[in-house]
Design a protein around this ligand. Structure first.
Ligand SMILES: [Zn+2]
Length: 189
């Protein structure tokens, strides 16, 4: 079976996360949500809903600070407090970590690793943000999906993300996956 892995970053967002969960539920596909810890603390019911509907909740740090512009202690704390927020809401620790802004930092990856979290990046980005984040362009990029791809999308606004544009093309993308017999799956642990 050919699999793909859908990931949504920067939520939970009170406006957009419920709508994306609705689309996923209609299509019957699971995804991994890399949540921001501070947002998870503000919207715990949304995190619980996503988990209850079969989605994976993963660590995207507490405050989405840029990894290169904070001190080592703060960098490690961003990872540990992001994980703690998820554990407080769900009663279990996250199993996956993704660094903010796609920027690697060794001490943060190490903090995640010692906590038992596997670092997961992506290899296909919807680029659903900024001036590139128009629905038609997002759709074109998503059409390039191939077996094994980890797909980056955003349910949280976090300044310049465009979930309003993504939501317009997400149902069509999920139908396209089915047509091509690509099975959206949870990340292997
Ligand atoms: Zn992010």
């Amino acid at each position: 079976m050919d699999r793909v892995y859908l990931t949504f970053d920067d939520g939970p967002d009170p406006q957009w996360t419920p709508r994306i969960l609705d689309v996923l539920a209609t299509a019957g596909v699971p995804a991994t949500f890399f949540v921001i810890g501070s947002a998870a603390r503000k919207e715990p019911a949304l995190v619980r809903r996503a988990a209850a509907e079969g989605h994976e909740i993963a660590n995207h740090t507490f405050g989405h600070r840029h990894p290169w512009f904070i001190g080592t202690t703060q960098a490690r704390r961003q990872v540990s407090e992001g994980a703690q927020a998820i554990e407080d809401v769900l009663g279990r620790a996250p199993r996956f970590y993704r660094s903010p802004h796609g920027r690697h930092r060794a001490c943060m990856a190490e903090e995640a690793r010692v906590r038992g979290e596997t670092t997961v990046m992506w290899n296909l980005s919807a680029i659903d943000w900024g001036f590139m984040g128009r629905a038609d362009r997002i759709a074109t990029r998503l059409q390039r999906v191939r077996p094994g791809d980890i797909v980056l999308m955003h349910d949280g606004r976090n300044r310049h993300n465009r979930p309003d544009q993504l939501i317009q093309v997400l149902p069509g993308f999920l139908q396209e996956l089915k047509r091509r017999q690509l099975t959206a799956s949870l990340l292997p642990s």
